[in-house]
Write a protein that binds this ligand. Structure first.
Ligand code: PPS
Length: 301
């Protein structure tokens, strides 16, 4: 979600830290560091390059974890880069103002991040050989992680209760829109040779095996030692202790650290601690309705 914008920049923009949203083509976006102009430029004018690698996710699905894995793969397991450069500079979020500026200055080959739904993604992707890595996570865990994060990240509106947030999530009335649309949209690229999907649950279950699969997709060969270094440095504990990866460097203007932290729990199935039986059933009903058309089975199904 990283706005990656310094306090001074915000002041220059005349922006205040109020959690306002705007809608662009039916999708909700935070009002700070995002604008319809940037999204329009990105969709129509941004040039995707053949050697770009895109880390794409719906929010709270493992974005920053995958960003770390890709950064470490790029450096063959050497942690220098991830320990010295902020993650939102290593793989900027192209859809926000500061991320787009960084992407435009990024010397190729670029490592870029995005939460955009497929229909808002740069059109130039269609003519390119850029590689897309799409990470998904159990949507109930996404819901819970996002619920907590709305209290921490000040550009998000705080929901009044889990009940209201659940309904907003199910109807797509949250930043970046509907999880269901995002997943069905991006998974429509499955089978394309430049598209690779993986789940947060697979990363949790077998990180070395997942890193091997990602390397194969990227055409990158790592020795066993290098692979072990990627795994070690991308662990929850390593990332939690790395100030370039744990968002501790993001200004307090953005983060309300009294309410929690970015590296929260990093586990699968935490939704069981937060959703009531009734909420879980309500989720299930909509999930069945919306996902049956996809014909893909996920680890959480
Ligand atoms: S964001 O804000 O959309 O970019 O967030 P995102 O990075 O997609 O998701 C944040 C959740 O990922 C967890 N996380 C990890 N889990 C396991 N291992 C590692 N290394 C790791 N890094 C980040 C993070 O804790 C958030 O999940 P929750 O459930 O809130 O703990």
């Amino acid at each position: 979600m990283s706005p990656g914008q310094k306090q001074e920049d915000l002041q220059q923009l005349g922006a205040t830290m109020t959690a306002e949203y705007f809608t662009y083509k039916g999708v909700l976006f935070p009002g700070v560091n995002y604008s319809p102009e940037t999204l329009k430029y990105l969709e129509n004018e941004f040039q995707v390059q053949d050697n770009d690698i895109f880390n794409i996710t719906y929010p709270k699905s493992g974005t920053v974890w995958m960003l770390e894995i890709l950064s470490l793969i790029r450096c063959e397991g050497d942690p220098d880069w991830v320990r010295s450069v902020l993650n939102w500079e290593r793989a900027p979020w192209v859809e926000n103002q500061s991320g787009l500026e960084a992407a435009l200055k990024y010397p190729p080959p670029r490592l870029l991040t995005s939460h955009l739904p497929v229909q808002l993604f740069p059109k130039s992707l269609q003519r390119s050989k850029a590689k897309i890595i799409y990470t998904l996570r159990c949507p109930r865990d996404v819901l819970v992680s996002l619920y907590h994060f709305t209290h921490v990240l000040r550009i998000f509106k705080c929901p009044s209760s889990m009940d209201t947030f659940l309904e907003d999530f199910l109807s797509g009335n949250v930043p970046y829109g509907s999880w269901f649309d995002h997943v069905t949209g991006w998974m429509g690229l499955k089978g394309n040779e430049n598209f690779f999907s993986i789940t947060y649950e697979e990363l949790q279950q077998d990180l070395p095996g997942s890193v091997r699969r990602i390397c194969r997709f990227l055409g990158k060969e790592l020795s066993e030692e290098q692979l072990a270094a990627v795994v070690e440095n991308a662990s929850f504990q390593s990332m939690k202790g790395n100030k370039m990866s744990n968002f501790s460097q993001l200004s307090d203007e953005f983060m309300n650290r009294q309410k929690g932290e970015f590296m929260r729990k990093g586990i699968c199935g935490d939704w069981r601690n937060h959703l009531s039986e009734a909420q879980s059933q309500r989720f299930d009903t909509v999930y069945q309705e919306r996902m049956q058309c996809l014909g893909v089975t996920f680890p959480w199904d």
